[in-house]
Design a protein around this ligand. Structure first.
Ligand code: FMN
Length: 329
């Protein structure tokens, strides 16, 4: 496979600073992105940025040195621009603009995917942000193929890339597709790439080495963004990049321990048990034993995270002894 660049995606409510730390400690990502920071009609307060992106206090990078781009979501060009400039002064390694979030709450206030119906406004936002951000700091945009359908995907892409942004990430689905399986259109990402003078980052349904290879060959993109797959298999980026062995069940359990420690570092007052169960609900897509051996259910019956961690530890010999084979996703 040709050399690929890999980006760890933004995932609101999931890929927060603790998980970014763990996954960029384990894998060689070129950069990662913060969850979206919602920008209203005033410049975002610095406290909000620091809460969402604590890595701004450590040079705009995770512990392993992986750069963290701050993703902004909003509809007012001037406020997006001033918020982006502030994030850069605070140490952001890059700025990404969200034109894809399908959440009702966000779309209601004309944010995220709602802007796909207004390519001129997208263009104004990109222009204003690119102008406000120092030229050595990358500005990227992340779009879906359209709102109801993909008819305007090329027009939207052109509006974006003609503003001078440094790269365009395309999630190969429309807003209407949500996250439905079998809806991703890598071919359309490829069409956009052929017209686009800046690098296009392909995103959607990359879950293993084979799908990464196929996505790259269909789209012609040499940079891929990984979202859910990066949570199903914690060392997915290294599996894709350097053909590393997929993590064993034991290493997956170790990753959960690392997540609990990282969460305790960033957010000691937070509900770690809920977040651990959320992480396991992604992991069980790859580690099917979590279903088939009722391990996830048993974890949910634990009283707290410590009991859950020792239960998980105790399942390692059980799973290894069962000869369970790791699964294709
Ligand atoms: C729970 C969840 C939260 C997400 N949050 C964001 C977000 O904050 N910003 C964004 O641009 N995309 C967000 N996405 C979209 C992902 O970044 C990605 O584009 C999408 O999941 C497709 O990639 P995948 O098939 O590799 O998962 C989110 C997706 C999920 C499932």
């Amino acid at each position: 496979m040709k050399a690929l660049k890999l980006v760890l995606a933004p995932m609101d409510g999931v890929l927060d600073a603790p998980l970014r730390r763990v996954l960029t400690d384990i894998n060689c990502y070129d950069y990662c992105e913060s969850e979206f920071v919602r920008i209203t009609d005033i410049t975002v307060p610095s406290g909000v940025l620091l809460k969402k992106v604590p890595e701004l206090q450590t040079g705009g990078a995770t512990r392993s040195g992986t750069p963290v781009y701050v993703q902004l979501l909003g509809q007012y060009p001037d406020v997006m621009a001033s918020s982006a400039a502030l994030a850069c002064r605070m140490g952001a390694a890059g700025i990404d603009l969200n034109f894809g979030c399908p959440a009702k709450q966000v779309n209601k206030s004309n944010g995220g995917a709602a802007l796909l119906r207004n390519p001129d406004l997208i263009s104004q936002i990109c222009t204003a942000v690119r102008e406000s951000v120092p030229s050595h700091i990358p500005v990227t945009a992340k779009m879906r193929l359209g709102y109801d359908n993909s008819d305007s995907c090329m027009e939207i892409a052109e509006k974006i890339f003609s503003t001078g942004v440094d790269a365009l990430c395309v999630h190969g689905r429309t807003k209407a597709d949500g996250y439905l399986p079998n809806t991703v259109r890598w071919d359309l990402i490829g069409k956009i790439r052929m017209q686009c003078p800046v690098p296009v980052i392909a995103n959607g349904d990359i879950f293993d080495r084979a799908s990464a290879e196929k996505c790259s060959s269909v789209t012609g993109c040499s940079t891929l963004m990984l979202a859910r797959g990066a949570l199903y298999l914690p060392n997915l980026a290294n599996v894709i990049r350097s053909n590393e062995e997929p993590f064993s069940y034991e290493k997956m359990v170790d990753t959960v321990h690392r997540f609990v420690a990282a969460f305790d570092h960033f957010n000691p007052e937070g509900n770690i048990f809920a977040r651990m169960k959320q992480f396991l609900s992604y992991l069980r897509e790859y580690y099917n034993e979590l279903y088939t051996m009722d391990i996830f259910k048993r974890v949910c019956r634990c009283r707290d995270v410590y009991e859950a961690l020792s239960l998980l530890d105790s399942t390692v010999p059980e799973v290894v002894g069962s000869g369970a084979v790791l699964n294709e996703i």
